[in-house]
Design a protein around this ligand. Structure first.
Ligand SMILES: Cc1ncc(COP(=O)(O)O)c(C=O)c1O
Length: 398
């Protein structure tokens, strides 16, 4: 009999979205005449822009001819895409090298797979609430986690406790689910803390394209010293509607080296390269052709138009909550609006209340960590008509 990875026994049952769909389906079956509006899931709804679509077609056409056919590509991604990403960073005054960029099938895989590079014994800081993948992938590897509280007192932006040592620090900014985004001074404090502790920051910038405040950093590498202590994960899922198409990238600086127990210098860039070339065979040529078009002038303009559509939805949701004096966070530099459940309700009770009385589906904050117990997440990824109607229903409800 194989000995199993019994760390899986320590995972909480992944009941969040299945429990949501179970409750929604049972409501619909008993109330077939009611129109349910879904503002729960973090998936985009607008189609991919024509500049990207046309390059996806080009990618397909290339495979139809012997002269242009592509088989296995470089595991790290084609140079044309890695260079397009380098140029994108340059526009935000961040200089990285193409061989620090690793193209992948998305930030979920990379934020999970990065755990391969680290020993089991590390002090790992993970904010609560946050995107659950960081927690679950570490539990799968048998690691202990130290949670850092994100709450109203710290505006959902926890800062380092210099009296506590850490080896690995997860930061998600703008944050899923709270929508909170760190400014440069706050991120600098995290970078300084990581350097003091000889730690590494795993920085998830999947929602950087939603940042409208130009003073906020869109990359941790906009902060001095970050190349010595941080890895950045990003994704085209929300930037360009690639949730189904699948493409993301991870930046692992070459300066990121640590001393092994035998005093050898270990480079995380070299280790990630080794990991990827061993366990991953790259993203399809077709998808990378499309991804490169995201960074073209035309492609980016089309992506921004879609993002602005969602941002306007976020504004409508935030305005509706403000009118009812419901305290909310996010919604400005983020597609997510995170708010306190009215009347001190528990997030699952509020879920049921909103579904039964207003036929709106959101996401209970408890699904993102214990600090989400009394909070609720709505997303701006729905269509305009539904977003407006949802806020009209909330207006009548409270
Ligand atoms: C914070 C965060 N990181 C990563 C992802 C996943 O990104 P991808 O679609 O590139 O796997 C999500 C998806 O919702 C997310 O919220």
């Amino acid at each position: 009999m194989p000995k199993l990875n019994e760390n899986y026994l320590n995972l909480k049952e992944s009941y969040l979205f299945s429990e949501i769909s179970h409750r929604v389906n049972s409501y619909i079956s008993t109330n077939p005449d009611k129109r349910v509006i879904r503002l729960g899931i973090g998936d985009v709804t607008l189609p991919i822009g024509p500049a990207v679509i046309s390059q996806l077609h080009e990618g397909v056409n290339a495979l139809a001819n012997a002269e242009t056919f592509k088989g296995y590509g470089p595991e790290q991604g084609y140079a044309f895409l890695r260079e397009a990403i380098v140029d994108y960073y340059k526009q935000n005054n961040v200089i990285i090298d193409a061989d620090e960029v690793f193209v992948s099938d998305g930030a979920k895989s990379d934020t999970g797979n990065i755990t391969d590079l680290f020993d089991k014994d590390n002090v790992i800081l993970i904010p609560d609430p946050v995107y659950p993948v960081y927690v679950d992938t570490n539990i799968m590897n048998g690691r202990n986690i130290t949670y850092i509280d994100a709450n109203i007192q710290n505006n959902f932006l926890p800062m380092p406790d210099h009296s506590v040592h850490a080896d690995i620090i997860y930061i998600c900014s703008p944050n899923n689910p709270t929508g909170a985004a760190y400014n440069k001074e706050q991120l600098k404090e995290w970078v300084d803390y990581a350097l003091e502790n000889n730690a590494v920051i795993l920085y998830d910038s999947a929602y950087e394209c939603f940042i409208t405040d130009e003073t906020l950093p869109r990359s941790i590498f906009a902060i001095d010293g970050a190349k010595k202590c941080a890895i950045e994960f990003c994704s085209l899922s929300k930037t360009a509607g690639f949730t189904g198409t699948r493409c993301g990238y991870t930046i692992v600086p070459k300066d990121l080296t640590f001393t092994a127990s035998n005093t050898a210098q270990m480079s995380l860039n070299a280790m990630w390269n080794r990991r990827q070339t061993t366990k991953f065979n790259g993203v399809s040529y077709i998808v990378q052709k499309g991804a490169a078009a995201v960074f073209s002038v035309e492609g980016m303009a089309q992506c921004k138009k879609n993002i602005q559509y969602y941002q306007e939805n976020a504004r409508i949701i935030a305005e509706g909550l403000a009118q009812k004096n419901i305290r909310y966070f996010g919604g400005v530099n983020s597609p997510y609006i995170w708010f306190e459940c009215p009347n001190n309700m528990d997030s699952w009770d509020f879920f049921d209340y909103l579904l039964c009385h207003a036929q709106i589906v959101g996401t209970p904050g408890a699904g993102f960590g214990k600090n989400g117990q009394k909070f609720f997440r709505l997303t701006s990824f729905g269509n305009r008509e539904n977003t407006i109607e949802a806020m009209e229903r909330i207006n009548k409800l409270f």
